[in-house]
Design a protein around this ligand. Structure first.
Ligand code: AMP
Length: 425
């Protein structure tokens, strides 16, 4: 038997229902903030990620699915979405029609990581990018929007961590001080960090290795190295978060994995996830658009990990609205049932039926359909121009006139607290 690739999961129909619910919630929040959807290809030229994310990042060094196509061009399955979205913004000159772009996308990403709970090789992200704004307000709104999305999905025990990494003016001094400090404890660092010390010392700050964590506890604090402009920006972000009522804590070790961040970085963690507890992360990436060949426009954004959200979302949230139709009797009964099915769907009510089974088997299917109501037709109902409506949740049924049955059903669906009880058919 050929199986799916390790770390890449099928989403079976029941799970997809829950995914759609979560995505819908996210889209609602994105809409409230004025974001529009963009869809980019899942494969890009390798250069885009090498240039965008930085050669010395874990993603580029170790995690990309890179392969030559038939013409020998090096292509890569996207490991993240920001570089692709910015490429599209540049390629289509979107900033010339509107210098502020608020874009989001939802889709799969690919990273060759060691699969574990909450970490996969194909995983899904919701990405939001806000291009063209320099103000701290736009960073704060990004964080606030990510927080609102978490709440809309019903996540709790949320904690938001914020940091500022400075800009190209002030970061070199911090980097030098950090490097000097880390050199003194080089022996205690893990092999990866010994290497990072040369190439990307900031990454040592968020290494998960216990011995590295111990070392960085006394590391220089980035906040003390911020230039005046970065300091002012950072305090503006925190001030606006306070005004927006978003709870946060500062974490001066929060670097995040990709090289493009400048100034603000943030991460949202949720309870109940174990070690992979970050559901969303992002920050500011001024300079990235220019690096990718575009105008020198600033940007902020974040990515939301859907697999992690799905581990927390209540499995019972999604029950379909609709009605099963069961029928038994002479051919007229089936004809009437087919007519009703078509009417239900035309009225926007989901409907299903399976006529080649006994009524008992049909009722079993009705129970499995997830619908709350079942319309039952027999010869008596058809002769009397009536239908029987069964409320599957309440295990009760009544017979009502065929005329007006659909509007009555709809009313019961709207008013009846459908899946929580108390509705009368
Ligand atoms: P990043 O793109 O690395 O900034 O990550 C943003 C979010 O994507 C994280 O907070 C996770 O929720 C999610 N994520 C990143 N990598 C993975 C992965 N390998 N498997 C599942 N989710 C991931």
């Amino acid at each position: 038997m050929i199986k799916a690739i390790k770390g890449m999961n099928d989403l079976l129909p029941q799970e997809v229902e829950r995914w759609r619910w979560v995505e819908e919630r996210a889209r609602q929040v994105l809409g409230l903030y004025g974001f529009s959807e963009i869809r980019t290809p899942i494969v890009e030229h390798t250069d885009l990620f090498e240039r965008g994310l930085g050669q010395d990042t874990d993603v580029v060094e170790k995690q990309m699915y890179t392969f030559p196509d038939k013409s020998g061009s090096s292509l890569t399955l996207r490991p993240e979405a920001t570089a692709s979205i910015l490429r599209a913004v540049i390629e289509h000159g979107l900033l010339s029609s509107d210098p502020i772009q608020k874009l989001y996308s939802i889709g799969p990403m690919f990273r060759y990581e060691r699969p574990q709970k909450g970490r996969y090789r194909q995983f899904h992200q919701i990405n939001a990018e806000r291009i063209g704004e320099e103000s701290p307000f736009s960073d704060a709104e990004c964080i606030c929007m990510a927080y609102d999305m978490c709440k809309a999905m019903g996540l709790d025990e949320l904690s938001i961590e914020v940091n500022s990494l400075g800009c190209k003016e002030c970061r070199p001094a911090f980097r030098a001080a950090l490097k000097e400090f880390l050199y003194k404890s080089r022996a205690a660092l893990c092999d990866d960090c010994k290497r990072r010390l040369e190439t990307n010392p900031l990454r040592v700050l968020d290494c998960k290795n216990p011995s590295c964590r111990e070392v960085v506890r006394d590391a220089p604090n980035v906040e003390e190295y911020l230039c005046d402009a970065c300091r002012e920006h950072y305090s503006g972000v925190l001030r606006d978060l306070d005004i927006m009522g978003v709870p946060y804590s500062k974490n001066n070790l929060l670097v995040r994995g990709l090289d493009y961040y400048t100034r603000t970085t943030f991460e949202i963690k949720a309870g109940g996830l174990g070690s992979q507890d970050a559901v969303a992360g992002g920050g500011r990436y001024d300079g990235l658009l220019k690096l990718l060949g575009g105008p020198d426009a600033p940007g902020t954004g974040f990515a939301f990990g859907l697999e992690r959200v799905m581990m927390l979302v209540d499995a019972g949230i999604q029950k379909q609205q609709g009605c099963f139709v069961a029928a038994q009797g002479n051919p007229r009964v089936k004809e009437e049932a087919i007519r009703i099915l078509a009417e239900l769907r035309r009225a926007g009510i989901g409907a299903q039926a399976v006529f080649d089974k006994s009524l008992k088997a049909q009722m079993r299917r009705a129970a499995r359909s997830g619908y709350r109501f079942c319309l039952i037709l027999g010869e008596e109902e058809v002769n009397r121009k009536e239908v029987t409506v069964k409320d599957m949740d309440m295990s009760s049924q009544i017979r009502i006139p065929r005329d007006g049955a659909l509007s009555r059903l709809r009313k019961a669906m709207e008013e009846g607290e459908l899946y929580k009880g108390n509705g009368k058919a």
